[in-house]
Design a binder for this molecule. Structure first.
Ligand code: TPP
Ligand code: DXP
Ligand code: MG
Length: 629
């Protein structure tokens, strides 16, 4: 693959510049874009495969739309790289997903051609309906297009939106980018339906052909009308997209999503109809780069790699919490046949693929449907099963009410494996796992735990498997902590673990923050300050005996958590002392600020927000300054 910006891409520096390109050169332009994407993403990492698949689709959209007047909503937004390129953001690719650099998702702050900031799945149709309605009310004239993948179409919100879209009286074009893939293979009834459409006759051509030919022929209109009636009755047998048509949404397709000309003509026709129209385009995830075509899941979100063969540049192997979780799940499931596992379209991201291989009948991928995943688990738990729902912290946000209403009220034994809890890094503000402590903490009947290291994750999973009630275990992305192995006391409900005994200052740390607390202690020791470290283990319920003890023996109490301050562990601890301590200790809560955290490496972000060891030690010295000057 060549790395330089090609001749045609070089001519595209502003929105709508693509319209100046000679149509005979579209194929070459698509090639240049792919070369550019592979080259740049090989250096920064990013969502390669989805973007390679959407090159011609994005070109066709840009040929039909007028930016920034028209609105184009990208579902999830991970496939918007070509859109960024065609709207004058070539240079941004040097800093893609890096601290201070260009985001990997659409961002209105980055360009007025980005209609909405996205990151979570299945929102595009709702957003686009909202924009179309606003356009109607404001009596404006512009196009509103949504691009949704077949994976994102498995999400409940997308179905809710389709239900609503059928009532639109003005134009809305929903482009369904069907590559038969979510991150892994796409699953479910809708995916099967789309598969059937793909393999059926192209009725769009057929329908027009039959009617036009009849009306033009000497058979005449009367016969055409009567045949049309009969045809309507039988067409359900083989007409593609009839499900959408029956709902009141016009269906066009399936169309080759790598044929710019075909797509342009479909988009132009679709944009003339005063209603919602679905244009179904079929694409290949990873198109044009063999390693990504062969393994689109691996190249969905990829770390920097060698473009020559697609192998990762950083060969360092390290243990992750996800891996430890996946291994332990299989072990637990082996011992207890009531244990089942549920994933919302992320079997490999959560490590549940191991469970899927070992116990295919007890593993369920429900698609991008976090709300359904949780209530489905509640149903199983109500019948005596022990479901483990493994979802990233950021995506569990979707299922707040299902956890609260369907699981917690009935105290059902559902285990929530909260992966990617804490800062995740380069995906940025839509993906940071910083709210889960607060939302799980707010739920009655919920137990919330966080392991300090890999061994403790295993122990917590064992504990949870034998626990009768809702329980969440949160653990972070990336390299797992393997230190402090010697601290492995039995997990007891609501009990913390003392790591070191010091004087005056106690650090009460949650999960990943125990490792940081050990580092903070080292720094403080250099200043002659020895501190007590407590591994909280449980965020909820609080270890009241420990709090009472620590409160009696320490003047300063520092809580530490990798989550937002509001509603978090620190606030619970402060509140407990307020209510229970005869004399209030000085308390400082170390947590993430009440704001959305941008993209960048986790290390940099921790430094910026002063939740790294140095930052925390500095805060502690400031806070306790009077004592130690
Ligand atoms: C609510 C939510 N759950 C999970 C994800 C993780 N996720 C990002 S992209 C993706 C697959 C999307 O598949 P599709 O829409 O078909 O797009 P493709 O990558 O195939 O182009 C998933 C599961 C997410 N972004 N949002
Ligand atoms: C776009 C999206 O939501 C996912 O692809 C996400 O980026 C995956 O994150 P991990 O890399 O942590 O699995
Ligand atoms: Mg897809």
């Amino acid at each position: 693959m060549e790395s330089k910006v090609g001749r045609l891409l070089n001519q595209i520096n502003e929105p709508n510049d693509i319209k100046k390109i000679d149509p005979r050169e579209y194929r070459l332009l698509a090639k240049e874009i792919r070369q550019f994407l592979v080259h740049k993403i090989s250096m920064t990492g990013g969502h390669l495969a989805s973007n390679l698949g959407a090159v011609e689709l994005t070109m066709a959209l840009h040929l039909c739309l007028d930016f920034p007047n028209d609105s184009l909503v990208w579902d999830v937004g991970h496939q918007s790289y070509t859109h960024k390129l065609l709207t004058g953001r070539k240079e941004g690719f040097d800093t893609l997903r890096q601290f201070g650099g260009m985001s990997g998702f659409p961002k209105r702050s980055e360009s007025n051609c980005d209609a909405f900031d996205t990151g979570h799945s299945s929102t595009s149709i709702s957003l686009a309906i909202g924009m179309a309605k606003a356009r109607e009310l404001k009596k404006e004239k512009n196009n509103v297009f949504a691009v949704i993948g077949d994976g994102a179409l498995s999400g409940g919100m997308a179905f809710e939106a389709l239900n609503n879209a059928a009532r639109l009286k003005s134009n809305l074009v929903i482009v369904l980018n069907d590559n038969q893939m979510s991150i892994s293979k796409n699953v479910g009834g809708m995916s099967k339906y789309l598969g059937n459409i793909r393999t059926s006759t192209n009725y769009t051509e057929f329908k027009e052909d039959v009617e036009t030919k009849l009306r033009k022929s000497h058979i005449g209109n009367a016969l055409a009308d009567s045949i049309k009636g009969a045809k309507d009755a039988v067409k359900r047998l083989f007409v593609p997209g009839m499900l959408f048509e029956d709902m009141g949404i016009t269906y066009i397709g399936p169309i080759d999503g790598h044929d710019v000309k075909q797509m342009v003509s479909a988009f132009e026709s679709a944009s003339k109809m005063q209603k919602a129209v679905i244009v179904h385009v079929c694409t290949k995830k990873g198109k044009g780069y063999l390693p990504a075509e062969e393994d689109p899941s691996a190249f969905h979100g990829i770390a920097p790699f060698k473009p020559s063969d697609g192998t990762l540049k950083n060969k360092e192997k390290y243990l992750t919490y996800t891996y430890v979780f996946s291994r332990k799940m299989v072990e637990l499931a082996d011992k207890d046949e009531k244990i089942v596992a549920i994933s919302a379209a992320m079997p490999s991201g959560t490590g549940l693929n191991r469970m899927a291989e070992r116990f295919p009948d007890r593993f369920f991928d429900v698609g991008i449907a976090e709300e359904h995943a949780v209530t489905f688990a509640a149903g199983m738990a109500s019948k005596g099963m022990k479901p483990v729902v493994a979802i990233y912290s950021t995506f569990f946000q979707r299922a707040y009410d299902q956890i609260l209403h369907d699981v917690c009220i009935g105290r059902l034994p559902v285990i929530f494996a909260v992966d990617r809890a804490g800062l995740v890094g380069s995906d940025g503000e839509t993906h940071q796992g910083m709210f889960d402590i607060s939302y799980f903490n707010s739920m009655p009947n919920m137990t919330v735990m966080a392991p300090k290291n890999v061994l403790e994750l295993e122990k917590m999973l064992e504990f949870a498997a034998g626990f009768d009630g809702p329980i969440a275990i949160r653990y972070p992305r990336g390299k797992a902590y393997t230190g402090l192995k010697e601290y492995d006391t039995k997990i007891e409900y609501g009990k913390s673990e003392k790591i070191t005994d010091g004087v005056d200052i106690a650090l009460l740390a949650v999960g990943s923050m125990v490792e940081t607390a050990v580092k903070v202690r080292k720094i403080l020791l250099q200043h002659g300050i020895d501190v007590t470290i407590v591994n909280a283990r449980f965020v909820k319920p609080l270890d009241e005996e420990m709090l009472s003890d620590i409160g009696r023996n320490h003047r300063y109490i520092i809580t530490m958590e990798e989550g937002i301050l509001t509603g978090g562990f620190g606030e619970s601890v402060s509140h407990w002392y307020q209510e229970n301590a005869p004399q209030m200790p000085f308390i400082r809560n170390i947590a993430l600020p009440d704001k959305f955290i941008e993209h960048g490496s986790v290390e940099m972000l921790k430094k910026k927000y002063k939740i790294d060891a140095e930052g925390i030690a500095e805060k502690i010295m400031d806070f306790t300054g009077a004592l130690y000057q």
